[in-house]
Design a protein around this ligand. Sequence first.
Ligand code: MG
Length: 286
Amino acid sequence: MKLVTYRHDGKERTGVLTADETAVRPLPYADMNTLIETAPFAELLSAAHAAEGASVPLSQVSLCAPIPRPRQDVICLGINYKAHADESTRYDASAFGGERPVPIYFSKRVSEAVAPEGFIESHPGLVQRLDYEAELAVIIGRTARNVKAADVQDHLFGYTVLNDISARLLQTTHKQWYFGKGLDGFTPMGPCIVTADEVAFPPALAISSRVNGELRQNSTTDLLITGIADIVEELSSGMTLLPGTIIATGTPAGVGMGFDPPKFLSPGDVVECTIEGIGTLRNTVR
Ligand code: MG
């Protein structure tokens, strides 16, 4: 199933895309967090089936981020693809170089995730060196506490596309990445959540990004240095991961700071992040 949050008739709703992905069938859940917490897959399927005939053409709705208001900060992996580690070190060795024997975790404040087709905020006067990072985000479906890697798959709800927008100068100046990655308008997400039952585990999906149509990132999600099973096992060994928790798994090579000279974003630029089987997240910088 491809699940979406959308606005129709002035109201925010949850729904499931039809097989041809031209329409959405409404689901009886107040919001995506409630759906994830309360709906077993069988119930979701029957609700989707019961809604047949009541579908609304996508052209008549506006998609929101699938989880517009995450209940907690998004958990992120830093430097989790080898080629991105190399490009980051070339850009700024003091900030990104050195040995990394264990994963880098940080979090991203998301008061409101940016909708598909929504705007990436450039924050003139505050932000320089605005950058994009296409990432596979995994969403927890069942409370995860002390979960072994072999059992992680059973705790996943689904996957979406997330653009980890980054203000490189704030990120490196402040040492901690929280401020430079947690500004308003810095977390586009969507266009949908693909439920975990539809993706072979671990996911090996093509991931790419384009800026104004120019291919920038082009990789596959099986190249994660620390995979989803190990991430969830390690985090859940001391941190309860609640349903609806979003984990952004890191970005492959080809971000703006990876080019020489760098190719940072400017107002008017259109960024498209695509993951095979999920879709394309398209946003414009303003
Ligand atoms: Mg990132």
